[in-house]
Design a protein around this ligand. Structure first.
Ligand code: HEC
Length: 120
């Protein structure tokens, strides 16, 4: 390759990095709570926080996280602590999720109340 095309190639790579890096950094700062919930929690708690009958049979202590009164009794911090340390049949996520991922998933769980609050 000529010197000129090397320079052009370097400019193109530089421009691509300039676009890609800030996006990657933003993602590192803000884990996607909804995606984490889907991946780690949905199987037991249900997509919208309402556990399936099968899961309730399996884990009788499973409550609906979409029940706004119940959810109001849980702080985002307490949800994070349960997620980190586990509770009863729910295992701890301390070795699976980082502190910021746990915080993000806890914030997402808090939004689940909205899904039933509007139910007539
Ligand atoms: C294997 C099934 C299972 C998975 C997966 C699971 N949980 Fe749970 N979760 C439970 C059970 C069972 C309980 C009830 C525990 C009890 O009361 O003994 C519970 C309780 C909870 C509670 C209520 C805590 C309280 O103080 O009442 C929250 C909040 C919660 N889970 C969040 C999560 C989050 C967030 C995830 C994903 C990171 C998750 N769970 C994954 C089974 C599960």
């Amino acid at each position: 390759m000529s010197m000129q095309s090397w320079t052009r190639a370097a400019l193109v790579v530089g421009a691509l990095l300039a676009v890609a890096l800030p996006a990657a950094r933003l993602e590192a700062q803000e884990p996607d709570g909804a995606a984490l919930y889907k991946q780690h929690c949905r199987s037991c708690h249900g997509a919208l926080g309402v556990p399936s009958q099968r899961m309730v049979t399996l884990y009788p202590k499973l409550k609906s996280l979409a029940d706004s009164a119940y959810l109001a009794s849980l702080s985002t911090d307490s949800i994070a602590v349960v997620t980190r340390d586990g509770m009863g049949d729910m295992k701890a996520y301390a070795d699976k999720l980082s502190a910021s991922e746990i915080a993000a998933v806890a914030r997402f769980v808090k939004t689940l109340a909205d899904t039933t609050a509007r139910r007539p």
